[in-house]
Design a binder for this molecule. Structure first.
Ligand code: TRP
Ligand code: ZN
Length: 870
């Protein structure tokens, strides 16, 4: 087994031996052979001892290297497949290299590669070393001058960061463009794009009166699907000025949509490159959630210009410095322009499903990791979403005004620098005068804290006593590990109204166990706890069914209202799973069914909230505390509750479904989105009636759909039904959209997510579809990653789901290690399987490890899953 993959430790950080304050580059772009000449001005770090200059470089052919204009001969340097080592005599030198690379063979999609016929780059975190020999680390800041030379007919558009200072016609049908980026930046923010692209343009006037030119580039024929992205960009620019006081700094801002892209989007300075799925939108092709996702991701990348680019990370262990903070900012933006309630609920729902699971699994890590084998594996839910919750807690503790004071100090101190998470917390602490020394522990602690809550009321003293106890769920820490500073918002609810609490009910748990007493409490209250999800913890509240029902009906905090409903459903679902295990059928308490009935029939609940209240906890969530997990029982329990609700409230569901029909033109506003999502939720329940009539209704919904939300929403329901009608609709859809990659991805995904027993065979068959392409990450994600997240079918008892995905990891690893490691993440339930499944999974994973030359990406995930690195 190959184990020569080195682990990098955070504590080993040292400053670079050399810096490159300036680089001049020239690219001669050809898909099969691109020549890159780079002139690096190299400066020795004065605090370092004399040492050789080590430049990183991978997947390239070195043609020549010179120092201060003198070409080096063999033996005057050493080079291998990872680095070029030179000896430098003076404190400064000019190092020139000429290398050749092959973008068309670059299927890893890091460095310079082809997305279709377009050249583009992805350099975060360590892609720049695939373009040229360099000091490829974020604490090395460089001013770039870049010349791009290419055939003018095939590549009329040539882009890089910063300002275009010249354009020249060259002999042989070529042209050359030169860019200068005035802002020094780390190499991971460097970008190049070349292609025959469509463009839409607009402009934005900053509050200081500067006019910024805005451009969105896409493949020919897609320009008319870029307008929503442009509107989103302008909204984000305005919002950042108003809320954070931050203005854009360059004269142009460009976004390029690429079809082949490993993740969502990339914040390259002044030249963002996006996965086309986060740019292109039209009512016929994009769903409501695509529209909302585009708005959020455009904002996220734009916000990085300050939180990420102007102030960047000292080293990759600090990744959450920019990602947690920028996710917090994009969540705040989306709450403002979309819906504070709906967004918060959906963010928390996905945090619990995915981040809590990650934090309980084999690849759990703190928001600021202590070590890694491959940094690409740490662009995780934890670093991003839990990281955003950590920032949100600082915001809660300080309050808006002091938090903004902290941001101001952070930029005053660190603009133009590469810094650490501690620098950020220092700025927040120094600006506010609030001690964050206990709070800081969040950065180093893996696992989800469990908060045990015990409340009691003293009728005589009119006092409410709240005992809070925090425990760490992660095995790596002793139960009495140093306590975290956990800010918790609570409310005490009376039969009508609620108690006035100091500080809006915000309390600070700073010890492992702490008691809080509230006086002047008129009557025994119901406790509403962790309002708005102030802290990313699991609350054990011990609420009875009656209390949950009361909170669901009366809590003024809409997050807690929703959460009370979820807790009640989860309790019943978990006991239903046990009933299935004992061989008896599940019986749901009448009160629970009645609660669903009254939600369906309530005229005063807003549609989007109603849709969320009727969303049953996911299978992922239901099984979270189970070991071993009984996947069949979990699925059956959830289905039987859905079906019980459908049968009990058939008429109300049908009535509501009809009332929600609307044939006005499509608009992605929150009200219409809420209406569509509730109507589809009704359809989902109705389909559980499994009658000729209900299938007919699904089919008509599909055939009459006037937008992609309704079309794919109904097709998703149909894909879970074993009926010729479903097959017919699936093929109508394919026929219509076969040439649209983004839409075909939705078609792959609904089939891979189906709970039908033939799903694995179907997935294998879809791999043969002419629209499938193993080299395009979006397609692989739609088919294979979706299947691997299909809990019921991936975890089939026979182990064939495991073997299949293991095979695919082996096949995809040499093509694209980011994708193979994402697939490897599917095996995170290893520690929570019954013996038979565990054996199957182990065999499948050992088979992956046994292959020759597994990438460090996949190696790290698989070996940690098998517990080999302990
Ligand atoms: N920094 C990007 C963001 O969060 C994400 C990113 C990191 C990325 N590495 C990537 C995107 C590789 C694409 C490919 O906005
Ligand atoms: Zn980001």
């Amino acid at each position: 087994m190959k184990t020569n993959h080195r682990t990098i430790h955070r504590e080993d950080y040292t400053e670079p031996d050399y810096y490159t304050p300036e680089i001049r580059m020239s690219f001669e772009l050809n898909p099969e052979s691109t020549l890159i000449r780079s002139v690096l001005s190299v400066e020795r770090n004065k605090s370092k001892q004399h040492s050789p200059l080590v430049l990183s470089g991978e997947c390239m052919k070195l043609i020549e290297v010179s120092i201060d204009g003198k070409k080096l001969k063999n033996g005057e340097y050493t080079v291998n497949d990872r680095e070029l080592v030179l000896s430098i005599d003076a404190d400064k030198a000019e190092v020139t290299t000429l290398v050749e690379i092959n973008p068309s063979e670059n299927t890893a999609l890091e460095g310079l590669y082809m997305s279709g016929s377009m050249f583009c780059t992805q350099n975060e975190p360590e892609g720049f070393r695939r373009i040229t020999y360099s000091i490829d680390r974020p604490d090395n800041m460089t001013r770039y001058t870049v010349e791009l030379i290419a055939d003018k007919k095939n590549y009329p558009v040539l882009l890089s960061n910063g300002n275009r200072i010249s354009e020249t016609e060259l002999p042989g049908g070529k042209h050359s463009v030169i860019y200068v980026d005035p802002f020094p930046k780390p190499s991971y923010l460097f970008a190049v794009v070349a292609g025959d692209l469509d463009r839409i343009s607009d402009s934005f006037n900053t509050r200081s009166g500067r006019e910024i030119e805005l451009n969105i580039y896409s493949d020919r024929g897609n320009a008319d699907r870029c307008f929503h992205a442009m509107e989103s960009l302008k909204k984000a620019m305005k919002w950042d000025e108003e809320r954070f006081g931050l203005e854009y700094d360059l004269d142009t801002y460009s976004i390029v949509a690429a079809d082949s892209f490993n993740m969502g989007a990339m914040e390259n300075k002044g030249l963002n490159i996006f996965n086309s799925s986060y740019v292109l939108a039209a009512p016929e092709t994009a769903t409501d959630s695509d529209y909302l996702g585009i708005e959020s991701v455009i904002a996220h990348e734009y916000f990085h210009n300050w939180t990420g680019n102007r102030v960047t990370c000292r080293d990759w262990f600090q990744l959450t410095l920019k990602e947690g903070l920028t996710v917090f900012r994009d969540q705040e933006f989306s709450a403002d322009v979309q819906s504070p309630t709906v967004n918060r609920i959906m963010d928390v729902d996905s945090l619990r499903a995915d981040q809590f699971e990650e934090d309980a699994g084999p690849n759990s890590h703190p928001v600021r990791p202590d070590n890694y084998i491959e940094i690409n594996n740490f662009y995780t839910r934890t670093v991003y979403e839990k990281g955003a919750e950590v920032i949100r807690m600082i915001h809660t503790i300080l309050g808006e005004e002091r938090f903004m004071g902290g941001m101001k100090l952070y930029f005053e101190r660190h603009d133009g620098r590469a810094v650490t998470c501690d620098d950020f917390v220092d700025a927040m602490q120094d600006a506010s005068g609030i001690d964050l020394s206990v709070f800081r522990r969040w950065y180093g602690r893996a696992g989800t804290p469990v908060l045990c809550v015990d409340g009691s009321y003293d009728t005589e003293k009119k006092a409410y006593t709240l005992k809070l106890r925090q425990q760490n769920s992660d095995r790596r820490y002793p139960p009495d590990a140093e306590p975290l500073h956990i800010p918790i918002k609570i409310g005490l609810l009376y039969d009508n109204g609620e108690a006035d609490l100091p500080n809006e009910g915000l309390i600070h748990l700073m010890e492992n166990e702490q008691t809080f007493i509230f006086n002047n409490i008129k009557q025994r209250p119901a406790l509403s706890v962790n309002r708005g999800f102030t802290a990313p913890v699991k609350v054990k509240s011990g609420h009875s069914d009656d209390e949950l029902r009361f909170l669901f009906a009366n809590d003024s905090d809409s997050f807690c209202r929703w959460d009370a409903g979820q807790s009640a459903a989860l309790k019943s679902l978990r006991s239903a799973v046990e009933a299935f295990n004992r061989g008896s059928g599940a019986v749901y308490p009448d009160s629970l069914l009645q609660a669903y009935g009254s939600v369906i029939e309530d005229k005063n609940i807003d549609n989007s909230f109603k849709a969320l209240a009727l969303l049953l906890p996911s299978e992922q969530l239901i099984c979270q505390e189970m070991n071993p997990v009984d996947f069949e029982a979990v699925h059956a329990a959830r289905r039987s509750l859905k079906s019980a609700v459908a049968h009990n409230f058939r008429d109300s569901l049908l009535k509501l479904y009809q009332e929600l029909e609307d044939d006005s033109a499509y608009s992605p506003d929150m009200e219409s989105i809420g209406r569509r999502s509730l109507r589809l939720r009704c359809l989902e329940y109705i389909s559980e009636l499994n009658s000729g009539e209900s299938i007919e209704l699904c089919k008509n919904h599909f055939l009459n759909a006037g937008n992609m939300t309704d079309s794919i929403g109904s097709l998703r329901v149909l894909a879970g039904i074993d009926s010729p009608v479903s097959l017919e609709c699936l093929s109508i859809f394919r026929e219509k959209w076969q040439d649209n990659m983004l839409v075909m991805n939705k078609w792959f995904a609904v089939q891979a997510a189906s709970s039908l027993p033939g799903t694995l065979d179907k997935v294998k068959q879809l791999e043969m579809d002419s629209a499938y392409n193993v080299k395009v990450p979006n397609i692989v994600r739609s088919l294979l990653v979706t299947f691997s997240r299909n809990q019921l079918r991936f975890n089939s008892q026979r182990g064939d789901g495991y073997r299949y995905i293991a095979e695919k990891i082996k096949e995809i690893d040499p093509i694209n290690p980011s994708m193979s490691s994402m697939l490897a993440g599917s095996f995170k339930m290893y520690g929570r399987l019954d013996e038979a499944r565990r054996l199957e999974m182990r065999k499948a994973l050992e088979d992956v490890l046994a292959g020759p030359g597994l990438s460090k990406n996949a190696y790290e995930i698989v070996s940690k899953t098998l517990g080999m690195n302990k």
